[in-house]
Design a protein around this ligand. Structure first.
Ligand code: HEM
Length: 491
């Protein structure tokens, strides 16, 4: 065990951003963290009352700790709100490194690992076709079509649910639930995080807003997790359930002679809910970044369309069969994940025992945050990092494996790495290829006549994730592709 007398990593003595850390919305903290790293190095200690935080600003430090020492860097910090909202029981992305987390993750992985995700290709393809038809019918509703595409795709795979409208009651409830959990995770949103004693206040006491928040949220969350699960269970019993993750797991539950059936049922219900909670907004945001990039880089759009015309041909829509030959599209996926990352600070890890790193002490219980934004914009790995340039990943007509792959950064690290990464990759592939093959994307000019700049606009990130309420671009369907879209037979 390292000596407690080792120095802590350097960091700001006074906390110039404490104000912003304690207020919502948190103002692009990855930028502040990166500024600190220029002064203190790539391992920065941030002292906040009652919390120990270390921010890692380089890929070297992240790999050294999260990957090489993953046995001690795979826990999650626990918050009072998580406990009150019971997410520490059902939502495994936030559960500590434990046998409970492991069993959830193992089950989840069975559905989303690289050998399984091809099963979802027909659903992904069908989802894209419906998307193209919707855009053709009402191009001005582009953002709504994107939201519906990604949300409905996951619900179809998880529960065989067919959602055709953003106003769908279940969808509205589900998004409210996800938003509330994310909001509660923001540093400083609830004072109870800084003074845990407050948790004992009754909810009518002024200042106990967190209690009312939880009392409002918890029954809704339960309903959200229960309703689709029990619908599939009922259909399964009646022999009418379609193919879905839920049906597979319910089948397993039925055939399992387990003593504790209700516990296993609770477990199953939760796994299914997590796919939606973790997968839908992230996928949507990634696709929104793609649309923004294309609107701002018309030359890249044209280059991609030429590749598609050459390889897929103007007379058909792209399919997964075209993947290997669509190298430029593959590079666009990587550049999309890099250029405007969905999750600039990832999810925090927590170290479970005292650790020594480069002669410094990282004390047990420290929250360790990877500065994914800074790593993806490091000019040594990605020259001119703010330019959207898929060619940086290509050499002699193939993907250049000597350039650091953003898939290994944007989706987190070590034992906690995003288990949805193969799924998101194939969702993005088919959507991006289908979109570029059929549409032209243009920027919407702001009231000042300028193009939208995602790096200076205030409305791109909310809290710690990419959240675009509106999409500053317009699309038109390429006229010779219209018949392709009209002719798709949607059953
Ligand atoms: C572009 C889209 C996505 C991005 C950028 C993204 C990013 C991330 C990141 C950064 C983490 C934290 C990793 C860490 O702790 O180091 C994570 C975890 C997770 N992601 Fe994703 N994700 C995306 C899509 C998805 C999808 C589609 C699913 C499900 C189908 C999913 C399911 C999860 C789950 C369950 C976890 C928690 C893993 C754990 O704590 O063990 N994600 N994701």
């Amino acid at each position: 065990t390292p000596s407690r007398s080792l120095p802590l990593p350097p960091g700001p003595k006074r906390y110039p951003v404490i104000g912003s850390l304690l207020h919502v919305p948190v103002d692009l903290p990855w930028k502040t963290f990166h500024e600190w790293s220029k002064i203190y190095g790539d391992v920065v200690y941030v002292k906040i009352p009652h919390k120990k935080i270390v921010v890692l600003d380089s890929i070297e430090a992240v790999l050294d700790l999260f990957e090489k020492r993953s046995e001690i860097y795979s826990d999650r910090p626990q918050t009072v709100m998580n406990e009150l909202m019971l997410v520490d029981r059902w939502c495994f992305p936030l559960i500590g490194y434990s046998s409970l987390w492991r069993s959830y993750r193992r089950e989840f992985h069975q559905f989303f690992n690289q050998h399984q995700v091809h099963k979802y290709q027909p659903t992904q393809l069908r989802g894209c076709q419906v998307f193209l038809q919707r855009v053709l019918d009402s191009p001005s509703q582009l953002n709504q079509h994107i939201l519906l595409l990604m949300r409905s795709m996951i619900l179809k795979i998880v529960y065989d649910m067919n959602v055709t409208d953003l106003e769908d009651e279940f969808l509205r409830l589900a998004n409210e639930g996800v938003e509330k959990i994310t909001e509660a995770a923001l540093p400083g949103r609830f004072w109870v995080e800084f003074a845990p004693i407050l948790r004992h206040l009754p909810s009518w006491v002024p200042g106990a807003s967190f209690k009312r928040y939880v009392e409002d949220l918890n029954p809704k969350m339960d309903e959200l997790l229960d309703r689709p699960f029990y619908t599939v269970k009922r259909d399964y019993a009646a022999g009418t359930a379609g193919d879905s993750m839920a049906a597979t797991l319910i089948h397993k539950l039925q055939s399992n002679e387990d003593v504790d059936k209700s516990q296993r049922e609770y477990h199953t219900r939760n796994i299914l809910g997590v796919a939606y909670a973790a997968g839908s907004d992230t996928s949507t945001a990634a696709l929104q970044s793609f649309f923004i990039a294309m609107s701002l880089y018309p030359d890249i759009q044209t280059k991609a369309q030429k590749e598609l015309d050459r390889i897929v041909g103007p007379g058909k829509l792209p399919t997964f069969e075209d993947y290997d030959r669509l190298v430029y599209i593959q590079a666009i996926i990587l550049e999309t994940l890099r250029w405007l990352p969905v999750s600039p600070l990832g999810l925090p890890h927590r170290v479970t025992r005292d650790d020594e790193y480069r002669g410094m002490l990282i004390p047990e219980g420290t929250t360790v945050i990877p500065n994914i934004w800074a790593i993806l914009h490091n000019p040594e790995d990605y020259p001119e990092p703010y330019r959207f340039n898929p060619d940086r990943f290509i050499k002699n007509g193939s993907l250049n494996t000597s350039v650091r792959n953003p898939m290994n950064i944007a989706l987190g690290f070590g034992r906690r790495i995003c288990p949805g990464r193969w799924f998101i990759h194939s969702s993005l592939f088919i959507t991006i290829a289908s979109t570029l093959h059929t549409m032209d994307i243009f920027p919407d000019l702001g009231s000042d006549g300028n193009e939208f700049d995602p790096f200076t606009s205030e409305n791109v990130y909310s809290g710690i994730k990419l959240t675009l309420g509106a999409l500053p671009c317009t699309v038109t369907i390429r006229s010779d592709r219209e018949p392709l879209i009209r002719d798709i037979a949607i059953s």
